[in-house]
Write a protein that binds this ligand. Structure first.
Ligand SMILES: Cc1ncc(COP(=O)(O)O)c(C=O)c1O
Length: 485
């Protein structure tokens, strides 16, 4: 450091010479909060993702500026309350800004607790890991903390590969799988669009989901196969389940061939299906699993890979191997862990898993009734708890002839699919938000917060019923009007 002459009183009119670069023109937090919807759109297009803006505009989502969010609702710039049946693809088990989770975070900040958990042991990471081990069945006891589902799934396939003992380990995954977009898990995410022309990991096989014979043939065809990775309920595939017989067969097959079974519970886990883990419906325990989304209580980016102790010890159990996949910079970050601890306690104190099962069954019952009224529009209602898929018939062939030329000029994504029209009109006319599905454009995904009530279900179902009651011609025409205004 340079010696400076000592100054007795600071001079008010002579500015200190700057030592670093001049401050660029930066927006402040207040600027961000006060931003109008047009500026938000311009900045999103200029700096984030212009192509994605195209889809938001198509659905009318670009007109909403969320000012607040509480419980089951977003509140927009006009004070409109938007019912959230999208739930951030399962990230909002507690709804928006659950008061207990906010208070835990506020206390943590007020007490000036520490965040980074690398140099010293962290009491918060230790408590969170202990809680996960207490919740998880069998000896799923070892926990790696990260900050996204992709990161947790990367950790899952790495621990499984090492524990499999195969030198040239190969991985089996399912058709229509979604495990994330980072490069390792992208290789086992079955999407031509996402995989594009990236150079992927080559040691993998793909099998149909839910088909035990196909999986058995595959595993028995190559002794280098050391890992089988499956979502317990496929989310991006359109809420697809497999039978208990299948899961018990997967467990037995993997045991027989000393293959590691990795259950991706990033979307279907955390109580969503009426059990903490969806695999608990089938009386089986995988070797490795992963959680994310609601694990951060809807306030923090938190994820976990959980491995059976024996599996973990085989992979990283000695001082020599311990650092091969130890936590990244933000793994086990203080406030994130405290948020996740409070969230897990709240999940059980408020019996939200029981609520998911009960309210989910009511949602499916009401949707089945609506389906019975509109059999030419709704093809299927499926799911468990508050992880529900609503599949519409593909109308590319059934649409009245007069409307076909109009629909033909619409975006490719919308052709043949009612989901986009329904989603856009639910938001515009009924203040209700739903989610679309990566690989099946005819499926609307309903993953509302686990705090969802029967009244919320009625509000949603009444809206859907009313919209479908307009009939297909009016629905298409009403949607087309939104594109003109
Ligand atoms: C089943 C599943 N696995 C992994 C991921 C990746 O999670 P993230 O987006 O947090 O990286 C997702 C995200 O939707 C998912 O649904």
């Amino acid at each position: 450091m340079l010696d400076r002459p000592s100054v007795t009183a600071p001079s008010l009119d002579v500015a200190e010479p700057r030592r670093g670069p001049a401050k660029p023109k930066l927006l402040t937090v207040a600027d961000a909060k006060a931003m109008d919807v047009g500026t938000m759109a311009d900045l999103f297009k200029d700096h984030i993702n212009p192509g994605q803006f195209h889809f938001m505009k198509l659905l009318g989502f670009h007109k909403v500026k969320v000012e607040r969010a509480e419980g089951m609702y977003y509140i927009d710039q006009n004070g409109r309350k938007i019912l959230d049946f999208f739930g951030g693809f399962g990230s909002l088990a507690f709804g928006h800004n659950h008061p207990r989770i906010l208070a835990a975070r506020q206390n943590f900040q007020d007490e000036k607790r520490h965040e980074i958990a690398i140099a010293f042991l962290s009491q918060y990471a230790a408590a969170l890991a202990k809680n996960i081990a207490a919740i998880s069945p069998g000896d799923l006891d070892m926990v790696f903390l990260g900050s996204s589902g992709s990161e947790a799934m990367e950790a899952a396939i790495k621990v499984a590969e090492r524990a499999s003992g195969r030198k040239n380990c190969k991985i089996v995954h399912a058709e229509n799988s979604f495990h994330g977009k980072t490069k390792g898990v992208l290789s086992i995410t079955d999407s031509a669009l996402y995989q594009g022309e990236f150079k992927l990991v080559e040691n993998r096989y793909k099998v149909p989901f839910g088909d035990l014979e196909a999986l058995t043939r595959c595993v028995e065809s190559d002794p280098d196969i050391g890992v089988v990775v499956l979502e317990t309920v496929q989310g991006g595939g359109g809420i697809i389940e497999a039978s208990t017989e299948y899961w018990q067969g997967v467990r037995a097959l993997c045991d027989r061939h000393k293959v590691m079974w990795v259950a991706d519970e990033v979307q279907c886990g955390y109580g969503r299906t009426g059990r903490f883990y969806a695999f608990e419906h089938h009386g089986v325990v995988p070797d490795v699993t992963a959680l994310a989304k609601s694990f951060g209580g809807g306030k923090a980016a938190m994820a976990a890979m959980i491995a059976r102790r024996e599996v973990y010890m085989k992979a990283y159990g000695t001082p020599k191997t311990a650092m091969i996949h130890a936590a990244a910079t933000f793994g086990g970050i203080g406030e994130g862990c405290v948020t996740a601890i409070e969230a897990l306690n709240t999940l059980y104190d408020e019996d939200l898993i029981g609520n998911a099962e009960e309210v989910g069954a009511y949602l499916i019952k009401r949707l089945d009734e609506i389906r019975a009224r509109y059999p030419s529009l709704i093809k299927d209602v499926r799911g468990r708890g508050l992880m529900v898929g609503l599949e519409f018939h593909d109308f590319s062939r059934t649409l009245p002839l007069a409307l076909r030329p109009v629909v033909a000029i619409l975006d490719d994504k919308l052709k043949g699919s009612l989901s986009g029209f329904i989603g856009a009109l639910l938001l515009k006319d009924y203040d209700t938000l739903v989610a679309f599905t990566e690989y099946n454009r005819n499926v609307i995904r309903l993953e509302p917060p686990l705090v969802c009530t029967m009244d919320n279900v009625d509000q949603f179902c009444d809206a859907l019923d009313d919209l479908l009651g307009r009939g297909i011609v009016s629905i298409v025409k009403d949607f087309i009007k939104t594109q003109m205004g």
